[in-house]
Design a protein around this ligand. Sequence first.
Ligand code: ADP
Ligand code: MG
Ligand code: MG
Length: 200
Amino acid sequence: MTPATQHALIAAMAETIIAHTDDLTALDLAIGDGDHGLNMRRGFEAVLADIDNLAGQPLPEALKSLGTTLVMKVGGASGPLYGTLFITLAKELPAEPTVTDAAAALDKAIAAVKARGKSEPGQKTMLDVLVPVQQALALGGGNLARRLPAVAEEAARATVPMHAIRGRASFLGARSVGHMDPGACSSAFLVAAACGVLEG
Ligand code: ADP
Ligand code: MG
Ligand code: MG
């Protein structure tokens, strides 16, 4: 990946989170404590502040730095989980990954998130977006970068009727039903942003 593409990739992810701060906050106000937008914005503002440095590093090193920044800056439940996701991707991805490499690395990164969160898909979390995206990536086929955003968006929407079993929303029990999970939504934004750059 060229430094320019890497710069665009990181910028697109940070900018979508910053642009959707209020949407993520609104979702977390409904079933959590209302800080997911601010948590994610704080993390990605710190990423943006370091973007020239990140863009110039080999992809695995950039992802490791990005993940470490998220752990330090996002906080809440989502900071360590997104941190784990990016830091594991950093460990698993070669500098010039193929789609097959990306699918395998995302599989490992999801396993690491599951282990850290003691969570599984179906529990109304970010995993409910990450897992179907990984499955679509592993299946392969044409136009992946164009198809994955829709897969992620549909998966985020599919968290609406779920009953939260993990995270703060689980405190609401059945009252968590009827709202989209904030972390599923932020994951879908990140997938759409990354695909938008990789498609072009
Ligand atoms: P907090 O709940 O500590 O305020 P955030 O609001 O930033 O943290 O993040 C909440 C999101 O984190 C949830 O919407 C969910 O997607 C994700 N999450 C929380 N707990 C877990 C878990 N155990 N496994 C996977 N994802 C989780
Ligand atoms: Mg919260
Ligand atoms: Mg919180």
